[in-house]
Design a protein around this ligand. Structure first.
Ligand SMILES: [Zn+2]
Length: 382
């Protein structure tokens, strides 16, 4: 990855030299240099998926009964164990590594002198999602209790922008999202938890999906099966064609708390497949094809040893470290970003900036858009 990154950088530096020259070396903003293509943004989160697995694939120490609660070790190793970290992560997250990380950018790989950090100091879900969506930490958000967020998220802010009003929606497996987004205040459609779906491409399909929601086993009462969340999201996209869509998958976190490393890996792999199918579906719809950017991240990291991988929170060392990825027609293909420190609070302004909107001007507490993710010239500045 380091090698190909260098090549890409050279290519863009050459291109950048022309453009920067035209602007007499003034700090040119990328979107002034080339017309922005993004008209839609999909923000996707994987709850508590560690950077260790994202960048390194399955961890050998945890593929055991004792440390990872693994039931069928040889079968799990056949699915996910490979000799190198590059092959392991490709086995775990094939779409992420063959598409998103190749044609887009990934932040937070410590082996490339990069970090991507949660800044809220709590390192659990509600504070993390609020930081992702609002662009800043808030000390008042100190529990996962279903209380309406006093802050305005970038979703709510975008929902008031011309052309985006009524075109913003959220789907999540965890049932706290209506409160994190404060749907009661802003009326943004938020389908979360085991809530039935309201839209599908045909009524039989809608009824079948809602029967599944009612009838499947629910090992976590507050977290809907991610496969159902995915299927409902896909229907909603086809019917409503939102321009800003937040999708949150949850089971990677729940199976980790349950101490089942095998099921964490299976959930991560399955979710990667959902994201691939979502992306493929988008490319077949004129509203989205070639005009959609994808931003991906997680709400928190987790601990880093044979016990603490299950946990996270302010007292678990290392779990402020996480990862962020961006893919889309305006994002240069730099792959793994090197020598760059970013924070979870930069996601909200990145989502807005991809749509040509300046969130930090409206919300000065918000982190700046992720450097170098939008347009070619920004690359030379990174
Ligand atoms: Zn958790």
């Amino acid at each position: 990855m380091r090698h190909s990154f260098g090549h890409r950088l050279c290519r863009f530096s050459l291109l950048g030299a022309f453009v920067v020259g035209a602007f007499e070396c003034s700090p040119v903003r990328a979107d002034e240099a080339a017309p922005r293509k993004t008209e839609n943004v999909i923000l996707i989160t994987y709850d508590g998926l560690r950077w260790q697995e994202l960048f390194g694939g399955a961890e050998e120490l945890l593929m055991s009964k004792e440390n990872g609660g693994v039931r069928a070790i040889p079968e799990l190793k056949a699915r996910f164990w490979r000799d190198t970290p590059e092959d392991r992560r490709l086995a775990l997250l094939p779409f992420f590594w063959s598409k998103i990380a190749k044609e887009g950018q990934v932040f937070g790989d410590p082996s490339h002198a990069s970090s991507s950090r949660v800044t809220n100091g709590r390192n659990f879900s509600y504070p993390g999602y609020s930081e992702i969506l609002c662009g800043f930490p808030d000390d008042r958000i100190d529990s996962n209790t279903k209380r309406n967020n006093p802050n305005v998220t970038v979703l709510e802010w975008l929902n008031q922008r011309p052309g985006l009003s009524g075109r913003v929606a959220a789907f999540g497996s965890w049932d706290v999202f209506p409160f994190i987004i404060n749907a009661e205040r802003n009326g943004i459609p938020v389908n979360a938890g085991w809530m039935p779906f309201a839209e599908a491409t045909d009524p039989v399909r809608l009824a079948t999906l809602n029967e599944a929601i009612r009838d499947v086993q629910a090992p976590f009462p507050d977290v809907r099966d991610d496969g159902l969340t995915f299927l409902g999201t896909l229907e909603y996209i086809q019917v409503k064609q939102p321009r800003v869509l937040f999708v949150s998958f949850g089971l990677t976190d729940d199976w980790a708390h349950a101490g089942r490393y095998d099921l964490v890996l299976d959930a991560a792999r399955r979710t990667d497949g959902y994201i691939e199918r979502l992306w493929t579906a988008l490319q077949s719809i004129p509203q989205y094809a070639g005009k959609t950017s994808l931003v991906m991240t997680t709400d928190h990291g987790r601990g880093d040893d044979r016990v603490e991988w299950k946990n996270h929170g302010k007292d678990v060392p290392g779990c402020a470290q996480m990862w962020i990825a961006v893919l889309g027609p305006d994002t240069p293909a730099f792959g793994i970003r090197e020598n760059v420190q970013v924070t979870q609070s930069q996601v909200a302004a990145t989502v807005a900036r991809l749509l040509g909107e300046d969130y930090t001007a409206a919300e000065p507490k918000a982190g700046a858009p992720l450097p170098g993710t939008i347009g070619s010239v920004a690359a030379g500045q990174k």
